[in-house]
Design a protein around this ligand. Structure first.
Ligand SMILES: [Zn+2]
Length: 214
């Protein structure tokens, strides 16, 4: 947490987002969530859904339309399908590279990469995380990909870069409405999007509430 906020928030919960797995958590407006990347290499696919209407969720196409950028920063909150801010980055010690262009990895991607059996995916992790909260959702929305470095070249093609964050880098996300935040510690171990050694790794989640709140 920012030093000036240290007295204003209390730690409610901490959990490990195990390599290759996902988790969804309910967040009230004003709560904050610290997402730590202990190795600096791990990409985290992210979604938020409003608790009032599961069909209002973070929208990458609306994000790019509202902010005229492809990168999520502290100046560009993630907006919903109704163009409302749902999640802001209030602190970021990472490389500051967070992608909004690439889809969540899914069974079809792994099949195209030559996997014949089951392979964990960010899409499955989203739906498993929501299912743990008793929620079924019919599709996989486009994620924000925290810590994932993707550049747009001048000719419009995409450059998938290696992770660029230092070990221990973290983001602090603030819920701007009562929402569900869903995370997938990307299980991609065939391409180097999670680092040259192609090894998914654990990340850490800490949840904070404003001091004095219930
Ligand atoms: Zn993935």
């Amino acid at each position: 947490m920012k030093r000036e906020d240290a007295m204003d928030y209390r730690l409610d919960d901490s959990l490990v987002l195990a390599a290759g797995t996902g988790k969804a958590v309910r967040m009230r407006a004003g709560q904050r969530l610290k997402l730590t990347n202990p190795f600096g290499t791990q990409a985290i696919d992210f979604w938020a859904f409003t608790q009032a209407d599961i069909y209002e969720f973070t929208s990458m196409d609306n994000f790019r339309s509202v902010h005229s950028t492809v990168h999520v920063t502290s100046d560009t909150p993630l907006v919903s399908t109704k163009r409302r801010p749902l999640v802001s980055i209030v602190e970021d010690t990472s490389s500051g590279r967070h992608d909004t262009l690439l889809c969540a990895c899914n069974a079809d991607i792994y099949r195209q990469l030559g996997v014949t059996g089951y392979h964990r995916s960010c899409a499955d992790n989203l739906h498993k995380g929501l299912a743990e909260l008793g929620i079924r959702f019919p599709v996989t929305p486009a994620p924000a990909n925290f810590f994932m470095c993707v550049d747009v070249r001048a000719d419009g093609s995409l450059d998938r870069l290696l992770p660029a964050s230092k070990p221990g880098s973290y983001l602090v996300l603030q819920a701007e409405a009562d929402i569900i935040m869903a995370f997938s510690c990307c299980p991609q171990d065939i391409t180097p999007i999670n680092g040259e050694d192609r090894t998914p790794r654990d990340c850490l989640i800490d949840i904070f509430s404003p001091a004095g709140s219930a």
